[in-house]
Write a protein that binds this ligand. Structure first.
Ligand code: ZN
Ligand code: ZN
Length: 438
């Protein structure tokens, strides 16, 4: 019935029909995926290490995109490069059925890798006009290898599904701008609009584990950048000045009452001032102070309360000082990733059948942010799930010492490529097959 429908109707049906997942079928599919991996894993490992050693920063990922484009063309995908500057879109049509999005990120981070791995990155690139070391310290290289491996598995099993695969390589996730760049470049107009979407992220859980949660998966992120204006003068004559240092200090303290007195106490919300810049000497009252921070929330209503509270507190603080109104800039970073409940439930059944107790419901959303949310807000019901990357033995040893292994964005973050890539391929392929089986 699905094959006679398109767009929203198909997506609604796709998500509503909890067709019984047969454990036997899942086991057979998993065995077929793993047999393919046994044959092809060495090539995926080589691709992973090549990408790991040659990371590129956001919107500079031309060599990375070219590597992925080459792999996808070899599989028979129709590949368009340069979507959203450096992004790629790979389409494979296999009869009538839903269009399914599978997304990987392409970018690394402007930081030095300190893993000591033989294939550690020594790359250097331009970052805001200055040379910076570059490393895949968020694990996007694992995602790219799993993305290619998933495409390989799905093509090898193409008798088992119908529809259109839309594999996208998204630039500049770390600056939380790449998804918007692809959408602004006509992602869902020049190419089919997906009925459902999937993405995964490797994290600090034990390698081999898969976790998921319905609803909120990651936080809304906004940055605050406020310039308080004053009137400078001698430190000995404060009465003839307007002291912006006092404004900044008062704001930093008072804004926390937005969290403690205005936000619903049962809801997550954070306002952190991470930088206050003002003045040059102890005996000079400066004429301005710049306060920068980050704002995190899960709920859209809570986000509004926090942003309004920040604006109101900044203006009130300036008014109390008799100062001109401050310049308040609140810039939206990533919005919360909200997983589709029906798609999550449907996929979780398959994950449990395939991975047993290594498939777990995540205890809560993460406070990190992710711009995959842009695709969801553009109308693609999705599941963004996680795979573990840490060596369980090393993690246990670290725990025994009262420590934790380095996680994402740490210079020592070193997810195990195997089995993480295999787990990513198996989980993603099963998730896609589950929504595309005729
Ligand atoms: Zn990251
Ligand atoms: Zn990441």
């Amino acid at each position: 019935m699905l094959k006679y429908m398109t767009g929203v109707a198909a997506a609604a049906l796709l998500l509503a029909t909890a067709s019984p997942v047969l454990a036997g079928n899942v086991a057979a599919d998993k065995a077929a995926i793993e047999a393919g991996l046994d044959k092809g894993y060495a090539r995926l490992d080589a691709l992973y290490k090549d990408i790991h050693q040659n990371p590129e920063l956001g919107f500079q990922e031309t060599a990375t995109a070219a590597k992925l484009a080459k792999e996808m063309r070899a599989l028979g995908f129709e590949v368009t490069e340069g979507v959203g500057k450096t992004g790629i879109v790979a389409i494979y049509r296999n009869g009538k059925g839903p269009t399914v999005l599978v997304r990987t990120e392409l970018d690394g981070l402007p930081m030095e890798e300190k893993t000591g791995l033989p294939y550690a990155s020594r790359a250097v690139a331009d970052w805001n006009g200055k040379p910076s070391p570059v490393a895949h310290s968020c694990g996007h290289d694992i995602h790219m290898a799993a993305w290619v491996g998933t495409a390989q598995a799905l093509i090898a099993m193409k008798a088992k599904w119908r529809g259109t695969l839309m594999f996208i390589g998204q630039p500049s996730e770390e600056t939380v701008t790449g998804a918007r760049a692809m959408l602004a470049d006509g992602l869902f107009e020049r190419f089919p609009k997906p009925d459902v979407g999937f993405a995964l992220h490797v994290g600090p859980g034990p390698a081999g584990m898969v976790s998921y949660r319905p609803g909120v998966n990651s936080s809304n992120s906004d940055s605050l950048d406020i310039t308080f204006h004053g009137k400078g003068g001698h430190g000995s004559t404060p009465h003839v000045t307007i002291d912006p240092v006092i404004e900044a200090a008062r704001f930093t303290m008072d804004v926390q009452t937005v969290i403690s007195r205005e936000k619903d106490a049962t809801q997550f919300g954070v306002i952190t001032v991470g930088s206050i810049q003002s003045g040059s000497a102890g005996n000079i009252i400066p004429d301005k102070a710049v306060v920068r921070g980050t704002v995190r929330s899960f709920d859209a209503g809570v986000r509004e309360v926090l942003l309004n509270g920040i604006r109101r507190t900044a203006n009130a603080v300036a008014a109390m000082a008799g100062a001109p109104a401050p310049d308040v800039q609140l810039v939206s970073g990533g919005r919360a990733v909200i997983n589709d409940a029906a798609l999550t439930a449907r996929t979780a059944t398959v994950f449990k059948a395939a991975f047993g107790e290594r498939a777990v419901l995540a205890p809560g959303p993460g406070s990190a942010s992710e711009d995959y949310s842009e695709f969801i807000m553009a109308g693609v019901p999705s599941l963004f799930f996680s795979i573990g990357g840490h060596d369980p033995a090393l993690a246990a040893a670290a725990r025994a010492r009262g420590e934790a292994l380095p996680a994402n964005h740490h210079p020592g973050f070193a997810p195990m490529p195997e089995p993480s890539i295999r787990t990513g391929v198996t989980a993603m392929t099963l998730a896609v097959l589950n929504v595309m089986a005729p």
